[in-house]
Ligand binder design. Structure first.
Ligand code: SF4
Length: 149
């Protein structure tokens, strides 16, 4: 087994890419999951803000045109094998934002679903999803990472 594979078996690093929306998903993903009630770090699931050390990209919020290129860039930087988990209705279907029409036609500047931009391995629906569902979503994505050679 390679050093990289051994390290991954001992700790999974997840990176949150928050691209907009109401912040509700981020409160569940970061604040709740790091709280003593869930404490995902005790299972060696660690949040990172460095795409170079991430295994799982967790995407929340709507993808507005301003975030399109940063999202693609972060996805490209994350080393293989990697998995993408979309949490919440925003990245899954654009949620309420997809149909908003402002002076400049906002709906044409919202990109959804997420898989129209980058490959998605797991979708966790909800607005916001429960912390338990986010954990289950990340766990569902793990075989792709852990079973890679
Ligand atoms: S899915 Fe709902 S809770 Fe999550 S960011 Fe979008 S609007 Fe907020």
């Amino acid at each position: 087994m390679t050093l990289k594979a051994t390290a991954r078996r001992n700790a999974i690093h997840a990176m949150l890419f928050y691209s907009g929306g109401c912040n509700g998903c981020d409160i569940e993903a970061v604040n709740a999951l790091l709280s003593p009630r869930y404490d995902v770090e005790q299972y060696k699931v660690l949040w990172t803000w460095n795409p170079r050390e991430a295994d799982v990209l967790v995407v929340s919020g709507i993808i507005a045109w301003q975030m399109l290129e940063p999202l693609k860039k972060f996805y490209a930087i994350i080393p293989e094998p990697k998995a993408v988990v979309a949490i919440g209705s925003c990245p899954i279907n654009g949620n309420v934002y997809k149909n908003m029409v402002g002076d400049i036609g906002v709906n044409e500047e919202i990109f959804a679903p997420l898989e129209s931009i980058i490959p998605v391995d797991v979708k966790v629906p909800g607005c916001p999803p429960r912390p338990e569902d986010i954990i289950a979503g990340v766990v569902k994505a793990l075989p792709k990472i852990l079973e890679a050679p």
